[in-house]
Design a binder for this molecule. Structure first.
Ligand SMILES: Cc1cc2nc3c(=O)[nH]c(=O)nc-3n(C[C@H](O)[C@H](O)[C@H](O)COP(=O)(O)OP(=O)(O)OC[C@H]3O[C@@H](n4cnc5c(N)ncnc54)[C@H](O)[C@@H]3O)c2cc1C
Length: 505
């Protein structure tokens, strides 16, 4: 018998928790199944991926609707800049925030998000039953059923829900069942790289925990000479969560270091990431327990068969360099919530609308993640990329009234993602014009000086969100001078925040 307004949610990751609470807020009954133990009663170590997430404006409505936004702020750190530390230890900073108030991003550990949501869901005990240690398998789309295996080994077949949401991540059991359905398209790609975690622990002082390096900063250590990249995201407790991205096999790979042992790994780290010598006293502990998680991208569609619907990472998985997976999924939870009103609980219409509105966006976010991975890992020493980053940073700081970079649109605005993407060619064109028309543009960037000529060119692009509309208006710009820049490290010459490394004695 169908249970009206009775829902199953499979997987208590962030998406499963949020979706369950949104349904419960409508008075619906929900059963949430999670194969892992309760994060509030079990040691997190080894049980949950603990990497940090960058949370942006796109997630705020979902966090507000489920009533955890304030708590989220308490457990996160706002980030204002990206600091890039080059192989020679020189460094520079790029603005990492939007122009409008509140257009920043927050770094939060995944464990904290899980715990915040696990606590919040306890407020809905009348409507939500959470089954931890409950692993789902044998999803039968046509029978509208699935099996649950509990920790005592008991297996129960469940059926009769109005809808079943597969929020069970990239290796989703629901998605596996879709593979048996004609018309389901699916692609999964491993790019040969993976990540593991290290940590810069907080410095314990008499006044409390402190950061060992500057606060409110997203760190990058690009090492394209060895094909390894490291990033660092701050935590409210004063530590920095480090993501070390490297090849899965081959030279300088995870497999190589695990086989060779800690001494070889440490020597490599000290050579290519000299700061790790001072900043990571706990490197061995992390090395001993670390695993590699492979970077995978996944696209599929449609997201609904029968009364089963994929949401979150089970529907689209992206390269983490895009920083959009969680944020996009939160947007989709809010969309579902709004569509329930629009279609008065007609789930065929709700899910159709969601898929039509979001499939292309999800695919484009996927591509964006891969592009960002290549950009940060490989392209920072390419001249056009350097010029573009220097000028984006200059324009977004000095002409913030009339300019917002594509990165600011994508990361700090809550505009439709596809609309944000259209600004990338506009920005490329603007940067092209500036380089061609203003011979001293990079010197201006270096000194952060306002310049009327720059203002006038940027002003022509003001409020333009796609190249086609600009081309119609652009005929009055004459390119009268070509200007070439041919330096190996343009950041050193022209990034206003560039600092040469000065060893502390
Ligand atoms: C290194 C890294 C960095 C990232 N950084 C960012 C970032 O900065 N910003 C951002 O927006 N996104 C980021 N992401 C992406 C983000 O982590 C995911 O988008 C998000 O976790 C997806 O949440 P989810 O709830 O859909 O899936 P998951 O978090 O994978 O949760 C799925 C849940 O389902 C459970 N489950 C699985 N199978 C079963 C089963 N058979 N039965 C019962 N339960 C099951 C799992 O145990 C898990 O709890 C990053 C990802 C990685 C890997």
């Amino acid at each position: 018998m169908e249970k009206k307004n009775y829902y199953a949610v499979i997987g208590a990751g962030p998406v499963g928790y949020v979706l369950s609470i949104l349904l419960a807020l409508r008075g619906f009954k929900v059963e949430l199944f999670e194969k892992r133990p309760d994060p509030l009663t079990t040691s997190q170590s080894g049980e949950w991926r603990s990497t940090n997430l960058k949370i942006i404006k796109r997630s705020y409505p979902a966090l507000r609707r489920v009533g955890v936004f304030e708590e989220f702020l308490n457990y996160s750190i706002e980030m204002f800049q990206i600091k890039t530390i080059l192989q020679n230890q020189d460094e520079f900073e790029i603005l990492f925030r939007g122009n409008l108030p509140g257009s920043t991003s927050y770094s939060i550990n995944r464990v904290e998000i899980q715990e915040i949501l696990a606590r919040r869901i306890q407020d809905f005990q009348d409507n939500i039953i959470v089954h931890y240690n409950a692993c789902i398998s044998n999803v039968q789309i046509d029978q509208q059923s699935f099996d649950v295996k509990y920790s005592d080994g008991k297996i129960e077949t469940k059926r009769g829900y109005e809808m079943v949401f597969g929020t069970d991540g990239i290796h989703s059991a629901v998605q596996q069942a879709f593979l048996t359905k004609p018309g389901f398209s699916y692609s999964r790609e491993y790019n040969g790289y993976g990540y593991t975690e290290l940590q810069i622990p907080a410095l314990e002082t008499q006044e409390g925990s402190k950061f060992r390096i500057q606060q409110n900063t997203f760190f990058h250590w690009p090492r394209n000479n060895v094909d390894v990249h490291m990033w660092g995201l701050p935590n409210f407790a004063g530590d920095i969560n480090i993501g070390l991205f490297m090849k899965v096999t081959g030279e300088h790979s995870f497999e190589y270091f695990k086989k060779s042992g800690f001494d070889v790994f440490q020597k490599f780290m000290f050579e290519y990431f000299p700061d790790s010598k001072l900043l990571m006293p706990n490197m061995k502990d992390y090395f001993d327990k670390c695993n590699l998680t492979r970077i995978v991208t996944m696209k599929c569609g449609p997201w609904k068969f029968g009364n089963f619907q994929l949401v979150g990472e089970s529907a689209h998985a992206q390269n983490p360099f895009g920083g959009l997976g969680f944020n996009a999924s939160m947007e989709e939870c809010v969309m579902i919530d709004d569509l329930i009103d629009k279609y008065q609980c007609d789930w065929n219409l709700i899910c159709d609308d969601l898929y039509k509105s979001r499939k292309l966006t999800a695919d484009k976010m996927n591509e964006f993640g891969d592009q960002q991975f290549t950009l940060y890992k490989d392209q920072l020493y390419d001249e056009p990329v350097q010029i573009s980053l220097i000028l984006q940073d200059y324009l977004s700081r000095v002409y913030s009234d009339i300019f917002q970079s594509s990165s600011q649109f994508i990361r700090f605005d809550d505009k439709d993602f596809l609309e944000c993407l259209k600004f990338i060619p506009v920005e490329n064109q603007l940067i092209d014009d500036l380089v061609k028309l203003i011979p001293d543009i990079l010197d201006l960037a270096k000194t952060s000086r306002f310049d009327q000529r720059v203002f006038e060119i940027v002003d022509k692009y003001r409020n333009l969100t796609e190249l086609a509309s600009f081309k119609n208006q652009k005929s009055n710009i004459k390119i009268d001078k070509q200007n070439g820049y041919a330096f190996e490290n343009l950041f050193a010459k022209y990034m206003s925040s560039y600092k040469q490394y000065t060893p502390e004695i």
